[in-house]
Design a protein around this ligand. Structure first.
Ligand code: SAH
Ligand code: MG
Length: 216
């Protein structure tokens, strides 16, 4: 049987603000649970309000590892005021700029998963540069520009242990399917072309690749 999170975790996931649909969330959970057996931390780029983090954290709890989640919490381009994915509730009323960190903290607390998560607050390339420890899973769900998606791949994929999993969200082979563009799709093609990864599953826009050799 396919592993699924407990009903209370699923309810917390469904109630959380964010952009991860259920079927892709379940695929993320299954991949996280499987790779958790490596005994290494699971890392997400793109926390937002913690919706996908709930599933990563619950799988990390099951596996006895930590979930790490990276975000500067100021939102991606398409989440800024006036853009398609903007949510006015994510704006800090005092500063008038986006701040998803408070909502993320509430989400995680309510789900009872705080102790399984380490939040890394900052710019992904800046954090990746000082990172020096192997990871069991890298889930790329951050900025959708080529600059950001490429930097996420170049910064974090080299830290994946052999047999670790690389997950990429918002992979749209058809340019008409998503107005934020095809940068994640290009990163996915690049990972495959490197010869270091083997695709193991695709669920809507989520791709799961296994690191099968050292050279990236
Ligand atoms: N995984 C989330 C959605 C993430 S949205 C969910 O399940 O709902 C993308 C997030 O990436 C935004 O919160 C944005 O602030 C963050 N982000 C974009 N570019 C970034 C960068 N260069 N460094 C850190 N975070 C970034
Ligand atoms: Mg996404």
């Amino acid at each position: 049987m396919v592993a699924a999170p407990k009903p209370e975790i699923l309810a917390a996931f469904q109630a959380a603000k964010g952009f991860m649909p259920l079927d892709e969330g379940l695929a993320l959970y299954e991949a996280a649970l499987e790779t958790g057996a490596l005994g290494l931390p699971l890392l997400e780029v793109g926390t937002y309000c913690g919706r996908s983090t709930i599933l990563l954290a619950d799988a990390a709890r099951e596996a006895g590892v930590s979930a790490l989640t990276v975000d500067h919490h100021r939102g991606s381009e398409e989440q800024q005021p006036g853009w398609e994915y903007h949510d006015p509730e994510t704006v800090d009323p005092e500063l008038g700029v986006m701040d998803t960190l408070p909502t993320f903290r509430r989400t995680l607390y309510r789900a009872g998963l705080e102790e399984h998560v380490v939040a890394l607050v900052g710019r992904s390339p800046q954090l990746a540069k000082i990172w020096n420890s192997p990871l069991g899973l890298v889930f790329i769900d951050g900025g959708h520009t080529d600059e950001h998606a490429t930097a996420d791949y170049e910064g974090w994929a080299p830290h994946l242990a052999e047999n670790g999993l690389l997950l990429i969200h918002d992979v749209f082979p058809n340019p008409e399917d998503e107005f934020t563009g095809q940068a994640p799709y290009r990163v996915y093609l690049r990972a495959l072309a490197s010869g270091a990864f083997t695709e193991i599953s695709a669920t809507d826009s989520l791709r799961v690749l296994r690191r099968t050799s050292a050279g990236i």
